[in-house]
Write a new protein. Structure first.
Length: 309
């Protein structure tokens, strides 16, 4: 067969050793069997049906597969773009998405940059130890893009420069690595530990007061300063113990002791009901009867206070 034109070969079977041609066009489909190995490859229009394809590189626009795996070597899926255009989507893109995406690992799942940049920035999820950690400091959320709610059994904050801040940008509490919890401002009226309806219960070893500590409300509470234990308001009725729950022992008066701050104050000793200050007139006579009556009057007034039985 020589010359230009088309050569048509008719017949159900053609057996030959070698066909040499610059171009070979097949109108139907071709079945190729017994290549370098076992199996059959069928080429039919836009479809290729075969068992296994081995190649150094395959360039495709859309690839539909059921399983992607490696036998012995690392499996690498990457993008060849540069800069911000180098985007790799797993599970979908901005228009479509998968229902559920699983990341399975027997040891670790590592998120980070390539080792040529700085592999110490990796965020590691240890499947074996059930831990999430990194050798660098990562931020969970941003000032303008915050997480909603975090549920945790234990939050352990250690050796963090500047501390961990809880709250808003204006009012927050800082927990640092030295065991200190400090408010964002020195104004004690803007930062509170609990509220009137949701209070804290705690056990304290030492309380260092540089300003004051208010126990209760601002109108009826008790204020503790570095030198005073007093009501927070002059109009509040505060008690130091009660008739049912008295203080067991009290040592008062290293310097001065004032009992009753005004003439209308009530005072009682040794379990008697408190009474107002008693009045005793000046004795005018000098006879024995007058003196005895005056002494009895003083004794009766002291009995009313509870000083005499």
């Amino acid at each position: 067969m020589s010359g230009n034109g088309t050569t048509t070969i008719h017949g159900a079977n053609i057996k030959t050793g070698t066909i040499a041609a610059a171009r070979l066009e097949l109108t139907g489909y071709a079945t190729i069997s017994s290549l370098s190995g076992n199996g059959t490859t069928i080429i039919n229009g836009a479809n290729i049906t075969t068992g296994q394809i081995s190649a150094d590189r395959i360039d495709v626009t859309n690839l539909r597969v059921r399983n992607v795996y490696s036998t012995g070597n690392d499996l690498i899926i990457t993008s060849t773009g540069t800069g911000s255009s180098n985007t790799l989507y797993l599970g979908g893109n901005q228009s479509v998405s998968s229902g559920t995406v699983y990341l399975r690992a027997s040891s670790d799942v590592v998120i980070g940059r390539d080792s040529s940049v700085n592999y110490t920035y990796n965020l590691i999820f240890s499947v074996t130890d059930r831990e999430m950690y990194s050798s660098m400091t990562w931020t969970l959320g941003r000032v303008t893009s915050r997480l909603g709610t975090i549920y945790a059994n234990t939050i352990d904050v250690l050796n963090i420069s500047g501390g961990t801040k809880l709250g808003s940008t204006s009012y927050y509490t800082t927990f640092d690595g030295s065991g200190r919890m400090t408010p964002s401002t020195a104004n004690s009226t803007t930062v509170s530990l609990g509220t009137a309806s949701a209070r804290w219960y705690g056990y304290f070893g030492n309380i260092d007061l540089s300003v004051q500590l208010l126990i209760g409300s601002s109108t009826s509470g008790i204020t503790i300063t570095t030198s005073d234990l007093r009501p927070n308001s002059t109009s509040s009725a505060n008690n130091l113990g009660t008739a049912t729950y008295p203080w067991y022992n009290a040592n008062i008066g290293y310097n001065n002791v004032l009992i009753g701050t005004r003439p209308a104050s009530y005072v009682g000793f040794f379990g008697v009901s408190p009474v107002a200050r008693q009045a005793v007139s000046t004795m005018t006579g000098t006879d024995l009867t007058t003196m005895v009556n005056k002494i009895n009057e003083i004794v009766n007034q002291l009995k009313r206070l509870g000083l005499f039985g």
